[in-house]
Each structure stands twice: as C-alpha cells, then as structure tokens.
Design a protein around this ligand. Structure first.
Ligand code: APR
Length: 239
C-alpha cells in the first residue's frame, strides 16, 4: 500500500503504449517518424489487408519481429517490473505493445491486449504457437498442417482486443490508473482512463507531450518515460 496524493493506493493498473519502448529504439505509430507515417495501416494491419496482400503483411511483421533482438528494455520497463515485484499491493500491467520488452525488463505479469510479435495464430485450427522464423504464404501450421493460414498473432484494426473481461475487472477495482506513452487515439484502451475514473480511481498520465486524452487525467507527468516512470515508481515504493 502507498500514500499517493493523500490517497491510499493498494491496487494499481498500468497501461502502456508504444512510447514506453521508444527510448529502446522501437518506432511508435503516430510520432513524426512513426510506423503509420511510413505505412498505411489499412494496407498492413487489418484482416482485409492480410487477405488482399499477405506477403506485404508477413514482411512487415517479420521485420518488426527480427528487430526485437537488436533492442533492450529501458529504465521504464525495468522500473515497472520493480514496482510489480516490490509493491505490497497489486499491480496489473496491460500493454498495447506487441514487443517483448516488458518481459525482458523483468515483468512476470504482462497482459498483451493487442497480441504479440512472438507468436503466430493459425486461422484454420486456431492454434497459437511461438514465432520461430520468417513467415510467408507457404508456411505450414505445425498443428493442422494447413498452408498459408498462419497469421501474426496481432489484434488488427476492426478486431476485438484480447483479455477485455480481465482488464475491465481490474479497472473497476483499482485505486490508481497510470497510462504511459500512449496517444489516446485507439479505443478501447483510450477509454480506460474514464472507466477507472468512474470507479473512483486516481489517474496519472506519463507522456512526452499532450495526448488526445490528457484532459481526462487527474495528473499529467510530461517527459520521457525512462525519467517519469522511474520517478513515479520511486514515489510509490517510497512508502
Ligand atoms: N516517453 C513518453 N512518451 C512518449 C515517448 C517517450 N520517450 N515517445 C513517444 N511518446 C508518446 C507520444 O507522445 C505518443 O503520445 O507515446 C505515444 C505513442 O502514441 P502512438 O504512436 O499512437 O502509439 P500507441 O498509443 O501505443 O498506439 C495505440 O494503435 O496503431 C495501433 O495497435 C496499435 O497498439 C497500437 C495502438
């Protein structure tokens, strides 16, 4: 339990977005050099795009997956893992990110609501399996042996995010909701701050700049995630 802004905090929900991994060298989506500045998301990240041009989609996700070993978790990932480990109350970490930097930063519980680059999903038998190579339309499902049915295990635009029931239960029960490095453009994640507020939680945003939902938060901490998350975790553990 911690005293934070004169409130007793026992249950914390942390939502992260691409900004938490930016200082590790992974592009965000909507910053000036972001992925959606270089690619039209409607040609890459929808089920229709995959049906239309699977090779384009495979190349995009193969390249993102192959970049992961070249980057390292940063101080923000590590601070959140420390909070999960040392906080005497409950810390639930939900991320929109598909990278594995929270886990490599030491987090044992990470809820990937938009899926993971580290796994593939078979559209024929629904098996989910570790991604072990580059994939294309000739790839076979190791379970059902169908060909060309494996897709990146990523939640695309127009699809329902994973684990929504668990996430909503956590939001309904938390004392503190923190959003780190997310632009507040994509729902349902962008609506979590309102849900948490509705249930009486204190809400804090960490972002290097103003987001689409900054005005919904009780507190905004503006600056790089590595600096602001480390300071916030220190405060929460100080008690
Ligand atoms: N420290 C803190 N915040 C940062 C940093 C940093 N070093 N770098 C960038 N940011 C902030 C930006 O200001 C921006 O508000 O991170 C946010 C990144 O926003 P987006 O690129 O829109 O990423 P995100 O919010 O995670 O996107 C949500 O959209 O494209 C879909 O499914 C995809 O999960 C993704 C979802």
């Amino acid at each position: 339990m911690a005293l934070f802004s004169n409130r007793h905090i026992e249950r914390i929900v942390i939502l992260t977005g691409a900004g938490v991994s930016a200082e590790s060298g992974l592009a965000t989506f909507r910053d000036a050099d972001g992925l959606w500045e270089q690619h039209d998301p409607m040609t890459i990240a929808t089920p229709e795009a995959f049906a239309r041009d699977p090779e384009l989609v495979y190349r995009f996700y193969n390249a993102r997956r192959n970049q992961l070993p070249e980057v390292q978790p940063n101080a923000a990932h590590k601070a959140l893992a420390r909070l999960q480990q040392d906080f005497t109350g409950n810390v639930f970490l939900v991320t929109q990110n598909v990278d594995d930097l929270h886990e490599r930063g030491g987090s044992r519980q990470v809820c990937h609501m938009h899926g993971e680059l580290a796994s593939m999903l078979c559209q024929s038998c629904a098996a989910v399996m570790p991604a072990v190579a580059d994939y294309d339309s000739a790839s076979h499902c190791p379970r059902c042996d169908s060909r060309g049915k494996l897709r990146p295990d990523i939640v695309w635009f127009g699809e329902m995010p994973y684990h929504m029931e668990t996430i909503e239960l956590q939001l309904a029960d938390c004392d503190l909701f923190v959003a780190v490095g997310t632009s507040g453009v994509v729902y349902p994640a962008a609506g979590f701050v309102r849900q948490a507020t509705m249930h009486g939680a204190m809400t804090v945003e960490v972002n290097k700049e103003v987001s689409e939902v900054t005005g919904c938060f009780h507190q905004q901490r503006q600056g790089p995630a590595t600096v602001e998350v480390t300071a916030l975790v220190q405060e929460l553990l100080a008690d």
